[in-house]
Design a protein around this ligand. Structure first.
Ligand code: PGA
Length: 250
């Protein structure tokens, strides 16, 4: 079964607006024929519209890194799904580990954001992953199950088909300590099994599951070769167009 292959970059809180524009330009120029591969850039919210305009007529889709689940209201500093759509974004990153662990987002927040994104026809890319202490205690599978149960609570199988999962072990994010392809594959297979149990095998077979955490041009090929790894979510190495392009061209 051929699943969608997605290469996503998460720029976090980096770059100025001209830098964002120039990086998208370099990506557009450097992409070449990527076949059926999909490329997504999660830009900082204030630059999303510029990135959308710069990526117009190219295979690059733009997303934002976070949003609130309400449509509007007195929520100072938040961005609504309507605003994300207004900027021309197709994707929304939900439950990134920095949102969960720096800003205290819960599994329930993640679930509400997914439902809100689906309601507004945005594609949610949902991040899950265990902390180092959870891996060392041997509770990785429980953590993944809890996060998956929370994220997909009340989501129909039709809706689930619109969701992309990104497995990002927290100990691998920004640390240079990439998970081995074997460790990543084990969790990806578990995620697919959980989807099959909640919905059915067909839904599980279609869902793209990406790996994230210290992905670099020199470790992409081992990861991407694994059966259940359908692409990657790249932080640091996506800031530079050249290194992101070599990852995409794996
Ligand atoms: P990293 O970040 O590639 O810099 O480890 C990944 C992420 O946070 O999505």
């Amino acid at each position: 079964m051929k699943r969608r292959e997605i290469f996503a970059g998460n720029w976090k809180m980096y770059k100025t607006c001209p830098e964002a524009e120039n990086t998208i330009k370099s990506l557009v120029e450097g992409l070449g024929d990527i076949g059926t591969k999909e490329v997504v850039v999660f830009s900082p919210s204030p630059y999303a519209k510029t990135c959308v305009e710069t990526a117009k007529n190219s295979p690059i889709a733009i997303g934002m890194q976070n949003m609130y689940f309400e449509d509007e209201g007195a929520f100072t500093g938040e961005v609504s799904p309507i605003m994300v759509k207004d900027c021309g974004c197709k994707y929304i990153l939900i439950g990134h580990s920095e949102r969960r662990h720096v800003f205290g987002e819960s599994d329930l927040d993640v679930n509400k954001k997914i439902k809100s994104a689906l309601k507004h026809n945005l594609s949610p890319m949902v991040c899950i992953g265990e902390l180092l202490e959870e891996r060392e205690k041997g509770t990785t599978n429980e953590v993944i199950k809890r996060q998956m149960d929370g994220a997909f609570d009340g989501i129909s199988s039709q809706e689930a088909l619109k969701i992309v999962i990104a497995y990002e072990p927290v100990w691998a994010i920004g640390t240079g300590k990439v998970a081995t392809p074997e460790i990543a594959e084990e969790v990806h297979a578990l995620v697919r099994k959980l989807i099959a149990e909640k919905y059915d095998q067909a839904t599980a077979d279609i869902m793209p599951i990406l790996y994230g955490g210290s992905v670099k041009p020199d470790n992409i090929s081992g990861l991407f070769a694994k059966e259940n790894i359908d692409g990657v979510l790249v932080g640091g190495a996506s800031l530079d167009a050249g290194s992101f392009l070599s990852i995409i061209n794996v």
